[in-house]
Design a protein around this ligand. Sequence first.
Ligand SMILES: Cc1cc2nc3c(=O)[nH]c(=O)nc-3n(C[C@H](O)[C@H](O)[C@H](O)COP(=O)(O)OP(=O)(O)OC[C@H]3O[C@@H](n4cnc5c(N)ncnc54)[C@H](O)[C@@H]3O)c2cc1C
Length: 429
Amino acid sequence: MNIPKMSIPRVVIVGGGFAGVSLSKGLRGKDFQVVLIDRHNYHTFQPLLYQVATGGLEPGSIAFPLRKTLNDVDNYYYRMTEVLSVDDAHKKIVTTIGELEYDILVLATGSKTNYFGNKNIEKHSMAMKTIPQSLNIRSLILENLEEALLTKDLSTRNALMNFVIVGGGPTGVELAGALAEMKKDIFQKDYPDLDIRQMEINIIEGSSNLLDAMSAQSSKKAEDFLAGLGVNIWKEVIVTDYDGKKVKTNTDLELNTEIVIWAAGVEGTAMKGLKSTCIVERAKRIKVDAFNRVEGYDSVYAIGDVASMASEVYPRGHAMMAQPAIQQGTLLAKNLVRERKGKELIAFKYNDKGSMATIGRNKAVVDLPNWKFQGVFAWIVWMFVHLFSLIGVRNKVVVFFNWVYNYIRFDRETRLIVRPFKKRDKESF
Ligand SMILES: Cc1cc2nc3c(=O)[nH]c(=O)nc-3n(C[C@H](O)[C@H](O)[C@H](O)COP(=O)(O)OP(=O)(O)OC[C@H]3O[C@@H](n4cnc5c(N)ncnc54)[C@H](O)[C@@H]3O)c2cc1C
């Protein structure tokens, strides 16, 4: 990999997401050689992927070049590659471009879409974990409408205009709201020769509430907002199959559709080569102690979505959200420095800043630890929190101006089929 061996310890960080980037920044100038590895050369701000998928933002505005995050720091290296496995006996990782030795290894590989073992659903539905996947969804939404315009067959047209989102968490809810607004404000005008009233948006949730992890009042309000936008809400329904044409469920509900967006769950991206005893079986997350050290290892750590730090308050580990990832990355940087100085390590304590979701124009729900609110003010709070969390000044400015423009003009101008999506060539990354 052409990385020189130095006298200072080498920290290899796998994953340039929220956790990996906060750790890299924390190690800035701290007498470590830092090697950051990611299969993409950019950091993705996943909370806004749905806006890329619905033409509200261009992909470049929610991504940030990883090389730029620390390009002014000595002893910092970035390599674009996929890590295949860990060989801790020889203190090295195996990647697609070769092997690399480490003194300290940090796995910050995040999570991936969980299809709960259903191969059919995996093959035919659309995931939304990466920018390429969001662009695929954007293309498919528009391609389906173009196709609907051409067909004379009513049932084919209905299936092309029937949008199904599986999963009523923040991702599903935000996507459903954005699609409903596109139907109302944009598609009516864009497709005057298509009866857009026939477009249906369905959201299917297995539990009895949308936004089940949020407060009852936020969950209820989100449902009201979506119902008001004309979204069909199906609760306590589990999708059991999708063959590319028909969604089947554990109830009588069946939906003929040419697009299913799967937002029903994620699982950790645990790495090959780790002992099976340190992997949580169902969640595929890596068991870590209060200092993010992987169970049974001295110099391997895991942070962010992939780490499961079980405690009394969080028996199944922390929520797979940006804040635990950022906070764990920041603390691990401090602890690595403390360890080198022989100081006592600080145990991780999650500072829960709350959660939020937006359902569309002027509509959001916010649960802070001591205050829950919904509506226009919540929407403004949602916008500013997301704006300030984006990495890079350019991204903040571009997103802000896009949002102002879209708000004033009732528009989403990046509704472009730049890279047509062929259902047969579905990408898996
Ligand atoms: C659509 C969507 C919406 C979301 N909305 C919110 C929200 O509103 N609020 C919130 O708090 N959270 C939200 N989340 C969750 C949040 O984005 C994650 O919790 C967060 O990204 C976790 O950070 P991480 O650093 O652990 O992993 P990630 O950010 O996923 O980063 C992992 C990185 O590791 C890389 N990687 C993985 N495996 C390998 C490998 N083998 N080799 C090389 N590189 C690898 C990946 O390319 C990626 O860059 C959302 C997630 C999604 C998908």
